[in-house]
Every structure is written in C-alpha cells, then in structure tokens.
Design a protein around this ligand. Structure first.
Ligand SMILES: [Cu+2]
Length: 172
C-alpha cells in the first residue's frame, strides 16, 4: 500500500468519524433536554400531596399502562376506565395493587378461587388497594395512600387476565 493510499483512507476514516461524532453530540443534546424536562415534571409531581392516575382497560384484555409512578406519602386518586363494550361477566376488569410479599401468579391463583369476593383473595394482607370489578363502558375510582417507597405489582384479577393485564407500580 502506497503512502498516498494510506493517506486517503485515513482521510475517509476521519471524515466518517467526524460525521458520527457530530451526530452523537446532536442526539446527546436532545437527550439532555429531555432529561431536564422529565426531571422538571418529576420534581413538580413529587411535590404534590395528591397524584391522579387514569388507567384504561379494553375488550382486548389490555391496560394502557405497564408502569405507574407515584411518590412516598402521596394520596393516590386512581380512575379505572373500561373503554370496551363487553359485560363484566365476560370481560370484567379491576385494578389490584398487591403486596410485594406475594408474586403476581400466586396472587392470581388465589384470586381465581375468590369469585364471590369479586376475585379478591380473603387474606387482606395480600392486597394493598383495589377497585371494584367493572364491565365495558364503566368507570370507577379509588383513593388510597401510597405504600412505602418500593416496587410493587398491579394486575387485573379476573381469571386469566393477569398474564397480560399487569404492570409495575413504583413508589419513589
Ligand atoms: Cu381484566
């Protein structure tokens, strides 16, 4: 390889590196802007005494959120909406926040046997908060105090729904 060829391939490498690094710096700037914005939203939300959550569910057995974030000491006002049209007996949904002493699947297995109690297990220590079961077109609200800081699970306890209808509930 001649000197001239090495030089020209070096030039190509440098110009590619320059393009890549300028791309990187652009996306980093955007990223840090987003982080600042998110930090501002978080700072604002964390100072509120009450936090409002709207969780939607549908006829396809889905929640519209897989993560909910609240802050230690807050009062949580949670509205569960069922945007579908199927009846409660076929496509009922609830929101259940479970204690982190039990897994989602173990809880769901106990819930399945509690039909007479709207699929909420009788052992009250397992459930931190729950709405009633609703059908298509319905909406329901619950108000509860955020549990102590940590990561919790929420689910719909209608038989068979928890495998899709579940998410993480973070208390920061
Ligand atoms: Cu459900």
């Amino acid at each position: 390889m001649g000197v001239k060829k090495i030089f020209s391939s070096l030039l190509v490498t440098c110009s590619i590196a320059a393009v890549v690094s300028s791309c990187n710096s652009t996306s980093k700037d955007n990223q840090s802007d987003n982080n600042i914005e998110n930090a501002e939203i978080e700072a604002k939300l964390s100072k509120q005494d009450t936090i409002t959550i709207v969780l939607e569910s549908n006829d396809k057995m889905q929640f519209d959120k897989t993560e909910i974030v609240v802050y230690d000491g807050q009062t949580v006002v949670l509205t569960l909406k069922h945007t579908g049209s199927m009846p409660k007996s076929a496509m009922g949904h609830n929101f259940v926040l479970i204690n982190n002493t039990i897994s989602v699947s173990d809880y769901a297995n106990k819930a399945m046997k509690a039909k007479d109690n709207e699929y909420i297990p009788e052992d009250a220590s397992l459930t931190l908060a729950h709405t009633k079961m609703i059908g298509g077109g319905d909406s329901t609200e619950i108000i509860f105090s955020a549990p102590k800081a940590g990561t919790y699970d929420f689910l719909c306890s209608f038989p068979g729904h928890y495998s899709i209808m579940k998410g993480k509930f973070f208390v920061k």
